[in-house]
Design a protein around this ligand. Sequence first.
Ligand code: ADP
Ligand code: TRP
Length: 320
Amino acid sequence: MRILSGIQPSGTPHIGNYFGMMRQAVELQERGETFLFIADYHALTTSPDPQVLRENVFNLALDFLACGLDVSKTVFFRQSDVPQVTELMWILNNITTVGFLERAHSYKDKIAKGFVPNAGLFTYPVLMAADILLYQSDLVPVGKDQKQHLEITRDLAIRFNNDFGETFRIPDGIIPEKVAVVPGIDGQKMSKSYHNTIPIFGTEKAIRKIVMSVVTDSTPMEAPKDPEKCNVVALYKLVASEEEVEEMKRRYRAGNYGYGHAKQALFEKLWTYFAPMRERRAALAADPDYVWDVLRDGAKRASEEAEKTMDRVRRAVGLR
Ligand code: ADP
Ligand code: TRP
């Protein structure tokens, strides 16, 4: 079984990315042959500064390796190191109608957020379909926001197979049930675009400051509090054991336990939870050549697969 996923290099990853996606990718590498890539072609759709893009790619590679990605089990690579994906995208463009893409939510959302409606943004789902189909993926773990992209991919694969003969495997998406949406420090969905994130990696001082700024209501210290409505408790659940969560809830209900205390407990847990990953990241950061070598090796493996598929695709459509 082949499992594939991609993530955009769009800035400092946060604990929402970790619990919503990165942890799952690391767990899945035990279940089949995993392909994971850094989607730098996709990142171009929102016109990043070139130097920032380069740094983001490197940092994301560090983050994933630090979070437990095992390169003996996972083919880990940079999307643009296998340019066949853009060739496949071009071919898929010709079986994709404009009306079909106009219905994509993510395009409409991005435009609503003020991004320039360039053709890259519009055809983003076709590039994503090419990513998935190029490597003949069976399973694609993605967040809820990517569900429609997966449906588009399946549609295009079926259409291509109908028009040109069996070429692509039809992928299935899996959306993790375990982790719902991780809330940000303001209680909305944690997201880079809402500036409400807790980064996975950072200095003790910086992370502590962010945790201390988690929004709570103004119930006084002495008064009993409702743990089910509190953002601090919701975040604590991600990193503490069940008993520890129960204990915190009990203190909330009993009163004489302030939000400051709860935030302090949350910070301690978070800091220890990510400690082994922080250490690995520091070691890797000291050896950038190793990180680039890993990505190069991954690209070599991925290219072999890509060429196999492209050979069939080119023949199927009459380019050979
Ligand atoms: P952001 O919203 O910060 O820009 P991305 O859209 O780049 O994050 O998401 C990268 C991955 O992390 C996706 O698989 C997405 O589903 C997951 N993810 C992002 N934010 C959260 C969250 N708050 N809770 C759970 N998963 C999340
Ligand atoms: N669009 C995905 C996201 O923003 C990233 C991505 C690009 C991807 N290509 C993919 C995910 C292929 C899964 C499979 O999260």
